[in-house]
Design a protein. Structure first.
Length: 363
């Protein structure tokens, strides 16, 4: 037996042991997977802290690579990791529970009991738990989502936003080259994420099912009744329009509003900030109603094709979804650092008030 074959068999046996643990601890794993999918910074921080303590050279190289504006691949990190027996070393890292999570969990469990819900179990970060998620969970997708969350922070520095983009690219590349994901897996993930943000899940579900059928998979054929039910998952939803922004505005003040927004976009160059006018315009007496972020992004792109500072339609759609959503982050609210929705931060509320006053005066 060759050395490579022997190592491969050992690694497969190691993975089989991890899968066995996952199957025997489903409730614990499910709670951890939920936390990671929801992009809770606590556990990501604990993982980095553990790596920093056990393999300081890797943590140090990560810090240096992140700060280097010329490093677009993080190759030095992957070279170091490849030299380590990382899966086995992870077992040495996580034996300490997460204090903040347990304290928070205690009060949350009390609240859940008061309304008759089952208390959430405490999650202790452990080697089998982390390895189960890395090998058999949506770990790559969750890491990309976490980076996307960090990029949406309006206070993030430009170099960090650039590095988040490059890190996402590296994660996707590693997942494909390592055989953990295929190009089609990522296409499906991004299509589903986009549909969730734009409330088009019914349309996405139908297209995804029909794609499987057209590709000749073993998916059972849909009856006509089933197809009709899938198509009706979004009842009454109007098709998004594709008009320039001025078509939505009152005829007597449209040009003045366009001039104001053009000036605003050139001086507010993040997607979050450029999405804020959407929420103000929805409150105004428009000629046509702005149904959703998709229409707003399309209207902005068609109205300002010559404005280089305007972000892409995709970025604007995502930003509207973030601002309208329930996701929270540690931001400044009421002059304090609090967990709040993006749109509730002091900075965004101040801008919204300025936009309401300025556009309201014009209209």
């Amino acid at each position: 037996m060759t050395k490579d074959k022997e190592n491969k068999e050992k690694f497969e046996a190691f993975k089989a042991g991890i899968l066995k643990w996952k199957n025997e601890h489903r409730e614990e794993y499910n709670e951890f997977a939920r936390i990671m999918t929801n992009c809770d910074e606590t556990f990501y921080y604990q993982i980095f802290k553990a790596v920093s303590g056990q393999m300081r050279h890797i943590a140090r190289e990560w810090e240096l690579s992140w700060g280097d504006d010329g490093d677009e691949t993080f190759d030095s990190i992957f070279i170091l990791v490849s030299k380590e027996n990382l899966p086995q070393k992870i077992e040495e890292m996580f034996s300490v529970p997460v204090p903040d999570t347990e304290k928070k969990c205690k009060w949350m469990n009390l609240a859940r009991r008061m309304v008759g819900m089952k208390p959430k179990m405490k999650v202790r970060l452990s080697a089998p738990l982390l390895l189960s998620w890395l090998f058999y969970g949506k770990s790559f997708e969750s890491m990309v989502a976490m980076l996307d969350k960090q990029m949406s922070n309006p206070h993030i520095e430009r170099i960090d936003r650039m590095k988040c983009s490059l890190a996402s690219k590296s994660i996707i590349a590693v997942s494909i080259k390592g055989g953990y994901r295929k190009k089609e897996d990522w296409e499906r993930y991004f299509a589903m994420a986009k549909a969730n943000k734009e409330s088009d899940t019914g349309e996405w579900a139908l297209q995804d099912v029909m794609k499987d059928i057209d590709a000749g998979t073993e998916t059972a054929p849909l009856t006509e009744a089933t197809k009709e039910n899938v198509q009706n998952l979004t009842p009454g939803r109007k098709k998004s329009k594709a008009c320039p922004l001025i078509d939505y505005l009152p005829a007597d003040s449209g040009e003045a509003v366009i001039s104001y927004i053009r000036s605003y976009v050139t001086t507010h160059q993040s997607a979050m900030l450029q999405a804020l006018p959407y929420f103000v315009l929805k409150e105004m007496p428009l000629r046509l109603p702005l149904l959703n972020g998709v229409e707003y992004a399309t209207a902005m792109a068609r109205q300002f094709p010559d404005v280089s500072e305007l972000l892409s339609e995709h970025s604007l759609r995502q930003a509207v979804g973030k601002l309208a959503g329930t996701e929270t982050q540690l931001l400044e609210k009421d002059s304090k650092k609090l967990m709040c929705r993006y749109i509730e931060s002091d900075a965004n509320q101040k801008l919204l008030e300025e936009l309401r006053n300025d556009i309201g005066k014009i209209i």
